[in-house]
Design a protein around this ligand. Structure first.
Ligand SMILES: NC(=O)c1ccc[n+]([C@@H]2O[C@H](COP(=O)([O-])OP(=O)(O)OC[C@H]3O[C@@H](n4cnc5c(N)ncnc54)[C@H](OP(=O)(O)O)[C@@H]3O)[C@@H](O)[C@H]2O)c1
Length: 273
């Protein structure tokens, strides 16, 4: 792996929170392959399938347990952990405080494109508050916003596979899904480079309606279902219909949703090259 300046990366110690999650696994794999000394922070004990080169740090961001040990001597922290809600704000503040005490490593945070345009969605307003906590942490920082991962879009549809009717967002709601592996590569690159502040957004190659994406998942899975597109009242839905989650000028991802589904069907992994 090459650093931001193009030079070969010196050996860095990088802690990845959420290193067991969809995105975190991609970041861990790329950093390890690039020769970094990688630590995974998780609430769970080390699984037998974990890469031998990775150091496992058990802890909990909800309490701060294990953070001081995990952060000791770290050059950077890639913060991918999420509990899917408001508790992320306290977790991020706790992580930042512990990092300052541990010598102020570079803190990288992954957020979502359009969070400032969708404050009425509770998870997105929590992401915005986490971004703020990172910017105000006193640490050298980088925030990368990405659009929805292909795997998330597919999971929303597949969660309803047992139902004869599949509900989806109608009214022309569009997404620009991106491959988690490509986002993981970018984060790994940023983690071994200099702090970038607000990095350029990362979005997938195509803008598609949620209705189209839903039909595509069902077709890929060979499922015949009635699809019911919903139009909901309220600000959040209006923002989604207005394209709040899109970044058309940042369509830098190369893996399309169709590519992702085809690859997953061959068992070549859920996300990532
Ligand atoms: N999914 C998307 O479409 C998408 C799009 C753009 C940005 N993002 C952002 O990318 C990040 C990663 O998302 P993801 O979908 O990869 O997440 P995920 O698969 O749901 O993984 C969540 C991770 O958080 C860890 N975690 C949760 N609570 C924790 C706690 N109290 N202490 C320590 N670790 C904890 C879990 O680790 P253990 O269970 O091992 O403890 C797990 O590895 C999130 O910030 C998300 O907002 C996601």
């Amino acid at each position: 792996m090459r650093g931001a300046g193009g030079s070969l990366v010196r050996m860095s110690t990088i802690l990845v929170t959420g290193g067991t999650g969809v995105l975190g696994r991609e970041v861990v794999r790329r950093l390890s392959d690039g020769g970094a000394d990688v630590r995974v922070f998780s609430r769970r004990p080390r699984p037998s399938r974990a890469q031998a080169s990775v150091t496992w740090c058990v802890g909990d961001l909800a309490t701060g347990d294990g953070l001081a040990t995990a952060l000791r001597g770290a050059d950077a922290v890639v913060h991918c952990a999420t509990s899917g809600g408001r508790r992320d704000v306290g977790a991020t503040q706790r992580l930042a405080l512990a990092a300052r005490r541990a010598g102020s490593p570079h803190l990288l945070y992954v957020s979502i494109v359009g969070v400032e345009r969708t404050p009425s969605i509770p998870y997105y307003s929590a992401k915005l508050a986490c971004e703020r906590a990172v910017r105000r942490s006193g640490l050298p920082w980088t925030v990368l916003r990405a659009t929805q991962f292909h795997s998330l879009v597919a999971a929303v549809v597949r969660a309803q596979r047992r139902s004869p009717v599949v509900l989806t967002a109608g009214g022309g709601v569009r997404l620009q899904p991106v491959d988690a592996g490509e986002v993981g590569s970018r984060l790994a690159e940023l983690a071994v480079g200099s702090p970038a502040g607000q990095a350029a957004d990362m979005a997938g190659p195509e803008i598609r309606t949620m209705l189209e994406l839903t039909h595509e998942v069902l077709a890929a899975d060979g499922l015949r279902r009635t699809v019911l597109p919903l139009r909901l009242p309220g600000k959040a839905f209006r923002a989604l219909r207005g394209g709040a989650l899109l970044a058309p000028r940042r369509a830098v991802g190369r893996v399309t949703f169709e590519d992702y589904l085809a690859r997953a069907a061959t068992g070549a992994g859920q996300d990532g090259p």
